[in-house]
Design a protein around this ligand. Sequence first.
Ligand SMILES: [Zn+2]
Length: 399
Amino acid sequence: MSTEIRMEQAGALPPPQARPIPDRLRGLRRCVNLAWISVSLAGGLLWGQYLMRVLHPYAWAFVVTAIVAILSTLGVLLLGSWRVLAGPRRGAAVGLLIAGMMPAASVAGLIVAGAQQYRRGHIAPTVPFVLFAIAGSSLGEIEAANRYPSRMESPHLVMFYDDWVRDPRAELAEMERHVANLERMTRRPLRAKIHWVRGPLLGQHHLAIGGLALGSDATPVAAVDRHELAHAVIYQAMPPGLSPAMLLSEGWAEAQSRDAAALAERAIGMRELIRNLATQSEAQVKEILAGWQDAEGFGQLAGRARVVGPRSMSFLRELTSPFWFHRDRTINYAIGGAFADHVVRTYGADRFVALYLASRPGGFEGACQDVLRQPLDKVESDFWHDLERQTMRGLRPAR
Ligand SMILES: [Zn+2]
């Protein structure tokens, strides 16, 4: 009897339910998802702005996604390590930890590759370099607004400056004339005002990227202000994906910041230097160049001149070859400055810009023919004759 009652009572009880097991990995999984989403959004934002040639990037949108990426990656690291140590489901926790650290590892790889390329002065539109550059300009825009207490606007410029600028109004007016003149010469209206910063940003001096130009910290303005603003003007005419020959890019900026005689003299001096180096043995050249800035570049060009013949080497062909095309170094400035000035004086600034936009790696010769309607060798011989005439004129005694 008692056994039956016990059985009936037991039969009346609700069926035993399994207690839900708390999902201890839920927080970690959320952090992993957030890390992937935020890094993808930040990368997509930078790349999209590059393709759309945005001149002043959406800097705060980038900063917010970057902060979310950093916090979620820290979350992955802390929660993941804890779960791997404390369990349960250590195997799954290891998998999530690895998956969650992958976006940060990719970003670190891109930053290292982009920074190395920038230090080497190889200005080519690779994915790491583009992302590095647009991220840098986004942060730069924010720093400009906070680091420089004053700003003043003109029709083409917004000048960010500090107390040490002696006469802001006059200096802004001078650079406004410079930029307006370049706009008129190139016949390409600016798409947005250039943010002209009177000093460094993010520890970087003297560079132009997108709608940002970092000028000198001199007052009154210096040649480098004209140089960087000239870069910023022509940048606005560039289509997505174009990375011009450094010969033309640095040449244009040099031509707009120095006088023609000085440019001619420097280019002729550089040509003679290379020709002289080419008469030396490889070992002697190495010894001479020890400690020089861009010894590698001088050595390469002297080597080519030795092979081709010092007097018959085409500087324009060599400086637009794969070795030199994206190389942001002295020789491209020295010869490019005089060459850009020669093209502007001979064919006009709008034709120079057309040549600049048409020149692709491996395609400079064709661009000369298409835009200047001359074979490269003729363009080159006219160029050097023009410089020789100018330097001879400079040497002639004054009457
Ligand atoms: Zn430059």
